[in-house]
Ligand binder design. Structure first.
Ligand SMILES: [Zn+2]
Length: 447
């Protein structure tokens, strides 16, 4: 082993240890994001913590707050110069906020960041202070050891992802796009983690697509009147009928490329078949991940809120409902047509939409994902997949950036990882953080 090699190893070992420490300390900063700006606690503290960790090793940090909802929505961006600035930069981003928690349900305090039984415990451990800690540890290690990656790397640590990124990624894309200048590709959550398909067969799922989010408000107007009299134009009745029709509707199965490639990969690895006439049944055999994959077969529209009336004997003139719609890439127009048919002409519609995301699973960056994982887990297989939820990728797509979910974690076979997202006793294995740091170190240097 050359002297250079051993220095290099020491630097990497330090980064692995730091990733665990950073994850624990980030969890201890309560960054709950309820969507209501008056309840904000520690987003700024977390951003300042990250900025301090970066400037400590010599980065010039840019700290930005949107200011739209008052102070405190901290975002931190730094750039590490690569060997070849003419190549597009790689964006490595992660959000610092986390979803609310009911501490009474947990077996450890959710903001303890406890490191015990081989896990780091707490809110954000998998969504996504794990990836934030790993990329921060790698960013520090590269600077400390004077390592130049092949291309420019932009590290971004962001506010507000859990409420749609309006004060984080989306705001920065609209107001500070120069921070991402030259970025052509990005990695972040939710992907890169392993699932064990059968004994010793591990697949790492790389997110290449996301369903679109469309929050739909329905409004029906009718004739107001006394509750004791006949009324053929009752807004509550008309709205209820429309909501029930929509809630019961099953949208058609549409196989997107990401889902098709994922299922073909599983068949190749396990022999499990996915016949078109029993897709739901065969996908259920995949275990925990089936909840997620099952939701990427078709569009969904789930009624979630109803609002009408103010007194038992008064027929109101207006009734409203909210529907959470999730739409496959390429289905936007077809979905709207189908929806219009189900609802009919009397139902007014108001949309709050974030588009679907989709890229192909190929090219030099994907090859480097393969190499970086295989160097640490030689029997691994990488599969693309579609996320049923949404991430900040939706905002960065607006800058023409190709987005991947690649936050590498090698997980124990019996861990129901997908259940830990926003879940009780959220935790990440210490060994997985160390593994992910080694993979990311190689990936970011060579990408
Ligand atoms: Zn997340």
């Amino acid at each position: 082993m050359s002297e250079h090699q051993s220095t290099d190893d020491n630097g990497l070992r330090l980064a692995e240890r730091e990733a665990v420490e950073l994850a624990s300390e980030l969890i201890q900063i309560d960054t709950t994001n309820t969507g209501d700006p008056t309840t904000l606690v520690g987003e700024r503290a977390a951003a300042e913590y990250v900025a301090a960790k970066l400037s400590e090793v010599g980065y010039e940090t840019t700290y930005v707050e949107s200011g739209d909802q008052g102070p405190g929505r901290g975002n931190v961006v730094v750039r590490l110069a690569g060997e070849d600035p003419s190549r597009g930069a790689l964006l490595v981003h992660g959000h610092l906020d986390a979803v609310p928690v009911d501490a009474s349900e947990w077996s450890v305090h959710p903001f303890s960041g406890a490191v015990q039984d081989g896990y780091v415990w707490g809110r954000g451990a998998v969504d996504m202070k794990d990836m934030v800690a790993m990329s921060l540890a790698v960013a520090r290690r590269l600077k400390r050891d004077g390592i130049r990656p092949k291309r420019d790397i932009v590290f971004a640590f962001l506010a507000d992802e859990e409420a749609g990124g309006q004060q984080g990624a989306s705001w920065l894309v609209d107001n500070r796009p120069e921070l991402f200048e030259g970025c052509t590709e990005a990695i972040s959550e939710v992907g890169g983690y392993s699932i064990t398909l059968k004994d010793g067969v591990r697949a790492y799922l790389v997110e290449t697509a996301e369903k679109g989010i469309a929050w739909l408000k329905l409004r029906v107007r009718g004739r107001a009147g006394h509750g004791s009299m006949t009324n053929q134009d009752n807004a509550v009745t008309k709205l209820s009928e429309a909501v029930a029709r929509l809630g019961r509707h099953r949208f058609p199965v549409v196989m997107t490329d990401s889902v098709r490639e994922f299922l073909a990969g599983v068949t190749e690895l396990t022999g499990l078949e996915f016949p078109e006439d029993d897709l739901d049944g065969s996908i259920a055999k995949l275990g925990g991940i089936s909840r997620l994959i099952g939701a990427t077969l078709r569009d969904t529209a789930n009624p979630t809120m109803l609002n009408a009336g103010y007194k038992a004997n008064v027929i109101p003139s207006v009734a409203e409902a909210n529907v959470d719609c999730r739409i496959l890439p390429g289905r936007e127009e077809a979905f709207e047509r189908e929806l219009a048919e189900i609802l009919g002409p009397d139902v007014e519609r108001e949309w709050l939409s974030l588009p679907p995301v989709e890229t192909t699973f190929d090219g030099a960056l994907v090859d480097q994902m393969h190499r970086s994982i295989l160097a640490e887990d030689p029997a691994a297989k990488l599969l693309p997949y579609m996320l049923s939820g949404g991430t900040d990728a939706k905002s960065f797509q607006r800058l023409g950036i190709r987005n991947f979910g690649f936050a590498p974690l090698k997980l124990p076979a019996d861990l129901d990882f997908t259940a830990l997202f926003h879940g009780v006793d959220e935790r990440v294995p210490v060994e997985a953080l160390e593994f992910g740091t080694r993979v990311l170190d190689r990936f970011i240097r060579e990408a």
